[in-house]
Design a protein around this ligand. Structure first.
Ligand code: HEC
Length: 173
């Protein structure tokens, strides 16, 4: 092969390369991908959707627990409530531990378990009774319900978890 022919081959390879590069650049200019300010399509499971308002934090942002309680599973709640047992007993007449006994708590006055020294943070509510919404707030974040409470439990961010635990607590009577 003559060097002239080699030149042609090299030249055509270079041309091809340049064409490829230039068209790449041009294509990039013509079709400009725009970053979306927010995702158009978010895949969310039902549970996440339910918990989303809770994640915003403020007490008022918690969605009412009633509708979730209607389909709550106390058996699942009992499983979830195992984490409470470090500090609580659930049996009738059970002893107070780090936290008070929780038998019948869903219908009790707040901070009224005999023989248990409640914190001032919770005692200030002792003229009120626990109900599903108060327990919802409490189990979401004890500090947001009673700032300064000595219940050092982080809370359940998922609304359905809270509903199931409240349903379980409600069986203890
Ligand atoms: C690390 C220990 C700890 C864990 C875990 C814990 N608690 Fe408590 N809990 C406490 C303490 C301490 C108090 C008393 C709070 C106060 O006086 O401020 C309390 C108080 C309560 C009360 C109020 C009782 C009343 O008579 O007014 C409820 C209801 C309660 N806890 C439910 C739960 C549930 C349900 C769980 C599990 C999801 C749980 N707690 C997990 C320590 C704990």
């Amino acid at each position: 092969m003559s060097s002239f022919e080699w030149n042609k081959i090299i030249a055509s390879l270079l041309t091809a390369l340049i064409v490829a590069m230039v068209s790449g650049i041009l294509a990039g200019q013509l079709v400009r991908p725009r970053e979306l300010a927010k995702p158009v399509f978010v895949v969310q499971s039902a549970e996440q959707t339910a918990a989303a308002p809770a994640e915003q934090g403020a007490a008022a942002a918690l969605e009412p627990i009633g509708p979730l309680l209607a389909k709550a599973d106390p058996k699942r709640g009992e499983q979830l409530a195992k984490v409470c047992q470090t500090c609580h007993t659930f049996t009738k007449g059970g002893p107070n531990k780090i936290g008070p006994n929780l038998w019948d708590v869903t219908e009790e006055q707040i901070a009224s378990v005999p023989g248990y020294q409640f914190s001032a943070a919770l005692e200030k509510d002792k003229n009120e009774k626990w109900d599903q919404e108060k327990l919802n707030q409490w189990l979401y974040n004890p500090q947001s319900f009673a700032k300064g409470t000595k219940m050092t439990f982080a809370g359940f961010p998922k609304a359905q978890d809270r509903a199931d635990v409240i349903a379980y607590l409600d069986t203890l009577k």
